[in-house]
Write a protein that binds this ligand. Structure first.
Ligand SMILES: NC(=O)c1ccc[n+]([C@@H]2O[C@H](COP(=O)([O-])OP(=O)(O)OC[C@H]3O[C@@H](n4cnc5c(N)ncnc54)[C@H](OP(=O)(O)O)[C@@H]3O)[C@@H](O)[C@H]2O)c1
Length: 280
C-alpha cells in the first residue's frame, strides 16, 4: 500500500482501519480480518474499551508485529502529565504489546473545562514526548485539535505532533483546519470517513460511484486520500472490510473532487473540540 511520510521520519499506510464500537469477539475478528486483507494501520482508543480485543486480533493474525501500525489514544479524563503516563501503561498492557506506533491525545483540554487548558495540554504532551524518548511510542500526535489548541501547544512542545486525527467526510471535512495542519507538516487522519454510513445515499456520491463502477463508500475514501488525508473506515463485515481497501485502482477527477467538496453538511457528529463534553 502507498505510504504517507510523517514529520518524524516514520510513515503510515495511506488507509487504515477503525475499531470504534467493535468490542470483544467482534473486534478481535474484525482486526484479524482487516490485517489478513491487507490493512496495516489499526486505530483504537482507551475510550472504545476494545484494546484487549484489538491486541488479540493482532496476535491472531498472520502478520508480523513489525509491519503493523497500532494506534491508541489517551481519553479526556486522563489529561495531565502523571495521568497520561499511567493511562499509557494501561493501554500498553491491555493491548499486550511492547510499544505503540502512534499515540494520540484524543481531545484537547479546552476553555470550557479547564482553568488553564494550555498548561494541561502542554503537560500531557510532555508525558508523550518522554514516552517517545523512552522508545515506548514511535510517533506522537493529537486528535480533534483546532489551530488554537495547536498554536498553544507549539509554545512548549519539543516535538511537533506527527498527526491530527479529525472528523473528515463528505458533508463535514474541516478544510481550513486541514490546510493549517498540512502547512505545519502535520498529517491528517480522517475519522468517520463514511460519516458513520450516513452520507452514502447522497445522489452526488452514488452517481460518481456508478461512473467508476465503485461504491459510494469507496468514493468517500478515495476523495479523502486525494485530499492527502488518511481515512480509517470501521467495519465488522467481511465484505465491507474488503470493499473499503479496494480503492487504489481508480482516481476522481478534479471536477468530481470539487463536487464532493461542496456537499451540504451531513453526517456531522455534533462533537466540537471547544464544546465537549456537550454536543452542539
Ligand atoms: N478521534 C476521534 O475522536 C474519533 C471519533 C470517531 C471515530 N474515530 C475512529 O474512526 C473510525 C471510523 O469512524 P466511525 O466508526 O465513526 O465511522 P465510519 O467508518 O465513517 O462508518 C462506520 C459505519 O459505516 C458502516 N460501513 C463500513 N463500511 C461500509 C461500506 N463499505 N458500505 C456501507 N456501510 C459501511 C459500518 O457498518 P459495518 O461495521 O456493519 O460494516 C459502520 O456502521 C472509528 O472506528 C474510530 O477508530 C475517532
Amino acid at each position: 500500500m502507498e505510504k504517507v511520510l510523517l514529520n518524524d521520519e516514520n510513515s503510515l499506510p495511506a488507509l487504515g482501519f477503525g475499531t470504534y464500537q467493535a468490542t470483544e469477539e467482534e473486534g478481535t475478528r474484525a482486526v484479524q480480518m482487516a490485517l489478513d486483507n491487507g490493512y496495516r494501520l489499526i486505530d483504537s482508543a482507551a475510550k472504545y474499551e476494545n484494546e484487549v480485543a484489538v491486541g488479540k486480533g493482532i496476535k491472531k493474525s498472520e502478520v508480523d508485529r513489525s509491519e503493523i501500525i497500532v494506534t491508541t489514544k489517551l481519553w479526556r479524563d486522563q489529561l495531565g502529565y502523571k495521568t497520561a503516563k499511567a493511562a499509557f501503561e494501561t493501554s500498553l498492557q491491555k493491548l499486550n504489546l511492547e510499544y505503540i506506533d502512534l499515540y494520540l491525545i484524543h481531545w484537547p483540554a479546552n476553555e470550557k473545562n479547564y482553568d488553564n487548558w494550555q498548561q494541561t495540554n502542554a503537560d500531557t504532551w510532555r508525558a508523550l514526548e518522554e514516552l517517545q524518548e523512552d522508545g515506548k511510542i514511535r510517533s506522537i500526535g493529537v486528535s480533534n485539535f483546532w489551530p488554537e489548541h495547536l498554536d498553544a501547544l507549539f509554545q512548549t512542545a519539543r516535538v511537533k505532533p506527527a498527526v491530527n486525527q479529525i472528523e473528515f467526510h463528505p458533508g463535514y471535512w474541516q478544510p481550513e483546519l486541514t490546510q493549517f495542519c498540512q502547512e505545519h507538516g502535520i498529517v491528517i487522519e480522517a475519522w468517520s470517513p463514511l460519516g458513520k454510513g450516513e452520507v452514502l445515499d447522497h445522489a452526488v456520491l452514488t452517481e460518481i460511484a456508478k461512473n467508476h463502477q465503485k461504491s459510494a463508500a469507496q468514493v468517500c475514501l478515495r476523495w479523502i486520500m486525494q485530499h492527502g488525508a488518511i481515512p480509517i473506515p470501521k467495519s465488522t463485515s467481511p465484505k465491507r472490510i474488503q470493499e473499503n481497501i479496494d480503492v487504489f485502482d481508480f482516481e476522481l477527477s478534479n471536477e468530481e473532487m470539487a463536487q464532493i467538496d461542496v456537499l451540504p453538511q451531513m453526517g456531522f457528529s455534533g462533537e466540537l473540540p471547544n464544546h465537549w463534553p456537550d454536543k452542539v
